[in-house]
Design a protein around this ligand. Structure first.
Ligand code: GGG
Length: 358
């Protein structure tokens, strides 16, 4: 029987509550489809940072490198500066494992009400492709003249031709694949080349070059400000949206909000060259305001597990998980409160697991 080894990093806050649900769901799907999953858990988190001064050990990246995939919950906790949890864990994993494509689907699932009145599942169904290892997430810069009235912070962004071309090419490939299964075949570029005068004109130039290589795919580009408005006003305009590290991050929180809740949004940090394991993490963070109350929505973690199984080649198991999510979302009794239901995490999880067995 095929078996996969998964490195699990529940992380902080609700990450510790929803990742076990995703594991149970993935195991139920594995049992149904005839493969096994073995899990190795790592306690890397802000709590670990508070105790040891490190989010993960020095050789952390190497410890997870020999697994088939990484399944991560969320990082961040009050009292630990946010840049510590990102630069001490998420960013080294993304960079050193070459997880340069962050794929974040946005879909209005059946049973979920969009805050945009009258929108149907057919109208909200697109993918945000976020550049994941460079751009605005950069350690280049510095702070000067602390505590004086000349105090300043300088932050450089890095856009390489290699990094920019490959994420755009990846987005065009996804659009081509989607077109083959009936989608429009369209890529939208998120830019801000009116205000950001070096990196974004470069981004636009590369987008034009990449577009000429894909004449079968239609394109559009919008400045990020009006693009956020179009996400809300015209979500049906979008098929695949490609953005830099920062713009992609913002759009992939806004998209799920339009599709009902950030609590359902999955994400895959992909190493497209398959030279290292890819990492799967819900878009949502650790949510300290609701952590420990047993009310977090586990759907994003389960949908994220589905993306992981699909990446591992277990496409039918992934479909089983997605169907089970939709079954559990049919009733307000098994939907969590962020989706207008009454369920805590446990009954929602239970209904997903039960639906996997059907
Ligand atoms: N599971 C998502 C998570 O932990 N997010 C923390 C966060 O702030 N991430 C920012 C990012 O992905 O760049």
């Amino acid at each position: 029987m095929t078996g996969y080894s998964i490195a699990t990093i529940p992380g902080d806050g609700i990450g510790q509550e929803v990742i076990p649900v995703g594991q149970r769901a993935a195991e139920a799907a594995a049992a149904k489809h005839g493969f096994t999953l073995s899990w190795t858990e790592f306690d890397w988190s802000c709590q670990r940072y508070a105790e040891t001064g490190q989010m993960m050990p020095d050789d952390g990246v190497d410890q997870v490198r020999n697994h088939d995939a990484i399944y991560l919950g969320a990082v961040g906790w009050p009292g630990v500066p946010d840049h510590v949890s990102l630069w001490g864990l998420l960013i080294p994993l993304r960079r050193q494992l070459n997880l340069w494509a962050n794929v974040r689907p946005v879909r209005l699932l059946k049973g979920v009400q969009s805050p945009l009145a009258g929108r149907t599942p057919e109208e909200i169904d697109f993918i945000v492709v976020r550049e994941n290892v460079e751009g605005e997430y950069s350690e280049i810069g510095g702070r000067l003249y602390h505590g004086t009235d000349q105090e300043m912070a300088i932050q450089e962004a890095v856009f390489t031709r290699r990094g920019t071309d490959r994420i755009m090419e990846y987005a065009f490939q996804i659009a081509s694949e989607r077109k083959a299964s009936g989608y429009r075949g369209h890529v939208t570029s998120a830019t801000k080349s009116n205000g950001i005068m070096h990196s974004m004109p470069f981004w636009d130039e590369r987008f034009e070059v990449m577009a000429t290589r894909h004449p079968e795919i239609a394109t559009s580009k919008y400045h990020i400000d009006i693009l956020t408005a179009h996400f809300v006003l015209h979500p049906d305009w979008f098929d695949v949206v490609v953005g830099s590290n920062l713009f992609g991050d913002i759009l992939s929180d806004l998209g799920p909000a339009v599709a009902g809740s950030i609590g359902i949004a999955p994400a895959a940090n992909i190493n497209p060259d398959r030279t290292a394991p890819s990492m799967f993490e819900p878009v949502h963070g650790s949510a300290p305001d609701i952590a420990g109350k047993g009310i977090a929505n586990p759907v994003a973690a389960v949908w994220t597990a589905a993306m992981m199984l699909e990446h591992l080649g277990e496409v039918e198991a992934a479909k089983t998980l997605e169907r089970a999510i939709e079954v559990s979302l049919e009733s307000p009794v098994t939907r969590t409160r962020d989706l207008g239901g009454t369920a805590d995490t446990a009954p929602c999880a239970q209904s997903i697991i039960a639906a996997i067995g059907q």
